[in-house]
Design a protein around this ligand. Structure first.
Ligand SMILES: C[S@@+](CC[C@H](N)C(=O)[O-])C[C@H]1O[C@@H](n2cnc3c(N)ncnc32)[C@H](O)[C@@H]1O
Length: 255
C-alpha cells in the first residue's frame, strides 16, 4: 500500500440505543485523536445527535477532536449501480482529504458507524477506495457493533433463523426476488413498504426507531397487520421527519 499511513478505527456503535455501545467500542473511542462525523442534512439530524451523545458519554481522553463533514446526496436518476459508484468515489475523495488534512501521522482517526460496519454500510468499501487512490494508506481496525437486525429480534423476543435453516437479508428494492430463498427474510432500507406485496400468510416482525425511546413494534400475520404498519409508519415518519424501520418475515407456525 502506498501513501501516508493513517490509523483508522471503524467503530460500530449499535442501532440507536447508547447502551448498545460495547466495551470494546468505548475503549476504541478512548484511543481516538480525531473522529469524523457525517452531516446528512436536517432529516438525519437526530442520528448525528446520537453520535455526539455517545462521544460525550465516552470520549473523556481530553484530546479528541470532532470533525463534521457534509455528505453529498446520491444522484436519484439513472441506473442505481452507477449512481452508488459515483457517490462512493466522491465520498472517497472527502475521506482522503479528512485523513490527510485533519489527522497527523501518529494520530488515531475514527468513524462511528451505525449498527455494525459489515451490514449495509460502505465505510469499509470507501476506505478501500481511499487506499486504491494511493495518497493515503489507511491502517484499518473494525470494532463490531449491534445491528438493527439484532435490535429487532431482541425487541420481539424471537429468533432470526428456524432450526438449522438459512436467512436472507435483503432490501425493500429486492424483496420480491429474494422472498422465496429462505424461511426467514430480513428487510432493511425499505422506503417503499415492499411488504405490502408479500404473501399475507407470512408472519411479520416489524420495528421502527429500534433501541430509541421512540421504538415502535408490530407483529402478527402479515395480512392482518400490514395496513396498521403502513398507517403507523406514515404517522411516525410525519411526526419525526424521518424513519428507520426493519422487519423480519417468516413462514407462519415455523417458530
Ligand atoms: C444503511 S443501513 C445501516 C445498517 C446498520 N449498519 C446496521 O448494522 O444495522 C440503514 C437501515 O438499517 C435499518 N436500521 C438501522 N437502525 C435502525 C433502527 N434503530 N430501527 C430500525 N431500523 C434500523 C433500517 O432498515 C435502515 O434503513
Amino acid at each position: 500500500m502506498t501513501g501516508a499511513r493513517r490509523q483508522v478505527l471503524v467503530i460500530g456503535i449499535g442501532a440507536g440505543n447508547p447502551r448498545h455501545v460495547t466495551l470494546e467500542a468505548v475503549e476504541a473511542i478512548h484511543r481516538l485523536d480525531v473522529v469524523f462525523i457525517p452531516d446528512k442534512g436536517e432529516e438525519k439530524r437526530e442520528l448525528a445527535t446520537l453520535r455526539h451523545d455517545i462521544l460525550r458519554a465516552h470520549a473523556d481522553n481530553g484530546r479528541l477532536r470532532v470533525v463534521t463533514y457534509a455528505v453529498p446526496k446520491r444522484r436519484a436518476e439513472g441506473d442505481y449501480g452507477g449512481a452508488v459508484d459515483d457517490w462512493h468515489a466522491t465520498i472517497a475523495g472527502i475521506h482522503e482529504r479528512l485523513l490527510m488534512d485533519e489527522a497527523g501521522e501518529g494520530d488515531v482517526a475514527g468513524f462511528l458507524v451505525w449498527g455494525d460496519p459489515s451490514l449495509y454500510d460502505s465505510t469499509l468499501r470507501i476506505l478501500e477506495r481511499v487506499a486504491a487512490r494511493g495518497r493515503v494508506a489507511p491502517q484499518v481496525e473494525v470494532i463490531a457493533g449491534i445491528t438493527a437486525v439484532q435490535a429487532l429480534t431482541a425487541a420481539h423476543q424471537t429468533t432470526l433463523n428456524e432450526i438449522g435453516r438459512p436467512v436472507t437479508i435483503t432490501t425493500g428494492r429486492r424483496l420480491a426476488e429474494d422472498i422465496g430463498k429462505a424461511d426467514s427474510t430480513v428487510v432493511m432500507l425499505d422506503g417503499a413498504k415492499a411488504f405490502r406485496d408479500a404473501d399475507p400468510d407470512l408472519d411479520i416482525f416489524w420495528g421502527a426507531y429500534l433501541g430509541t425511546p421512540d421504538e415502535i413494534l408490530i407483529s402478527g400475520r402479515l395480512g392482518d397487520v400490514s395496513d396498521e404498519i403502513v398507517r403507523v409508519r406514515e404517522e411516525a415518519r410525519a411526526r419525526h421527519g424521518w424513519i428507520m424501520d426493519t422487519y423480519l418475515l417468516k413462514r407462519r407456525g415455523k417458530e
